[in-house]
Design a protein around this ligand. Structure first.
Ligand code: NAP
Length: 268
């Protein structure tokens, strides 16, 4: 048995990463091991993907090069200190939202390097975006491990740790803003006289299509917006309402509030 990468936590995000690593052939299932807390998420992940599960993962750490920390932030303190100490000399990759490098390095004090990441929920289907900050500059080998692990969740960017609160406010919480927008668009469609099911379907497909067009196009969101807005037309009438209600200012306030809360939570 030669385990190369170990997961502490086997929930939704760990599952997405494990599946991506196997699909993209970065690791074979037998090179991956996981552990979990009190619920049977670890055995379930092992059964679904063919990776190893160990209630006591210390025995599987051996020659592993990396450890992915994928429990909930509030479960961090409960991670066995013997397990944390046994990760000495390894790369630790944490996906715990809002847990600073300082706290991670206090627990994993013998790690060869630690990477703090901030993924988002679409990572669960490989369509996420993750920002990451290493404690020390990454070696070429560790850079490769980080990139192959994070690519399982979607796109990724290296940032300074001080930017992670703003990243949390934009892309971390961002999917919720989009879900809220989708719900508001659906309800507005119903108010405008459409059957609920049709309004829901139109709302989802509009968001999906617009996002795909935006991602594939070289044009900015403003240019694409202007391209569907003829003077005096229907879109112009709607956009004027958003402008009058200071939609952009509202979005700015929402992101600023999320950032302030992220800073507050990191201090607790
Ligand atoms: N979900 C997202 O889209 C998302 C987005 C951004 C960031 N994140 C971050 O990703 C992390 C994981 O989120 P998730 O949604 O995957 O959580 P989740 O589905 O609740 O999974 C948490 C996992 O950690 C395990 N665990 C709990 N206590 C443990 C312990 N003491 N030792 C070892 N394993 C333990 C749990 O095991 P049992 O349940 O079996 O006890 C479970 O397998 C969180 O830190 C979150 O901040 C998630």
């Amino acid at each position: 048995m030669h385990i190369k990468i170990v997961f502490i936590g086997a929930g939704r995000m760990a599952t997405a990463i494990v599946q991506g690593l196997i699909e993209k052939e970065h690791y074979r299932p037998e090179e991956i091991a996981c552990t979990c807390g009190d619920d049977p998420t670890g055995p379930a992940l092992a059964e679904r993907t063919g990776i190893h599960y160990h209630a006591n993962i210390i025995q599987a750490l051996g020659e592993a090069e990396a450890v992915v920390l994928a429990c909930k932030p509030q479960q961090f303190a409960a991670i066995d200190q013997d397990l944390a100490d046994a990760t000495g000399g390894k790369l630790i990759l944490s996906i715990l939202a809002g847990t600073p490098l300082e706290r991670l390095s206090a627990k994993f004090s013998h790690a060869r390097n630690i990477v703090r990441t901030m993924p988002n929920t679409p990572g669960q289907i490989g369509a996420g975006v993750t920002a990451f900050t290493p404690l020390r500059q990454l070696s070429a080998k560790d850079c490769q491990i980080v990139e192959s692990t994070l690519s399982s969740l979607g796109n990724f960017h290296e940032v300074e740790e001080e930017d992670l609160d703003a990243v949390t406010a934009l892309s971390g919480s961002g999917p919720a803003y989009v879900f809220e927008f989708a719900a508001a668009l659906r309800d507005a469609g119903v108010d405008a006289g459409l059957p609920p099911e049709l309004a829901a379907s139109l709302s989802i497909d509009t968001l999906l299509g617009a996002a795909m067009l935006l991602a594939e196009s070289d044009e900015s969101p403003e240019e694409l917006r202007d391209a569907v807005t003829s003077p005096g037309g229907t879109t112009a009438a709607a956009l004027q309402v958003l402008k009058d209600a200071e939609y952009r200012k509202l979005m700015q306030q929402a992101v600023a509030a999320a950032k302030a809360r992220s800073i507050e939570l990191a201090q607790q």
